[in-house]
Design a protein around this ligand. Structure first.
Ligand code: DQA
Length: 141
């Protein structure tokens, strides 16, 4: 069975109450439950990881080498700043999709650039929680 690691970065633990006009009212737990249901349907195994700390995310990606078939990551604010997370994804050579709940391209200019996207298979932005499910379906094939 394929194993997929789902990583959520800083402040995504606040989903549900965090800027609901931008991110909706769905909590991270709700998202994880939706992903679990979809994982069962698609016959893949999923593991969830959320951290507000850049180094912990880097550690998790490095530890995924040879243990996961794919990564789905919402690097949150680190999308726009983290060379370390980018380098970790490049180092482990695990196919990765970057997901954003909001359409980062219709927001502030500093959100338009992703340091992570160039080392990913692809990027999904602006489709809300469905972005995670679509990424999971892609990797389930
Ligand atoms: C986000 C977009 C980022 O710019 C922001 O820093 C986040 C969430 C999103 O899912 O839309 O924390 O990654």
């Amino acid at each position: 069975m394929k194993k997929i690691l789902i990583i959520n970065g800083p402040n995504l633990n606040m989903l549900g109450t965090r800027e609901p006009e931008v991110y909706g009212k769905t909590t991270l737990k709700d998202i994880e439950n939706e992903i679990k249901t979809s994982a069962e349907k698609n016959k893949v195994e999923v593991e969830f990881f959320q951290s507000n700390h850049e180094g912990d995310i880097v550690d998790k990606i490095c530890a995924a080498k040879n243990n996961f078939n794919a990564i789905i990551i919402n690097p949150a604010a680190y999308t726009h700043t983290s060379v370390a997370i980018r380098d970790a994804i490049a180092a482990v050579e695990i196919p990765t999709i970057e997901v954003h709940i909001s359409n980062v391209y219709s927001r502030e200019e500093f959100r338009h650039n992703s340091l992570i996207a160039p080392v990913c298979t692809g990027q999904i932005a602006g489709l809300g929680v469905q972005g995670y499910i679509l990424a999971l379906e892609y990797f389930s094939r």
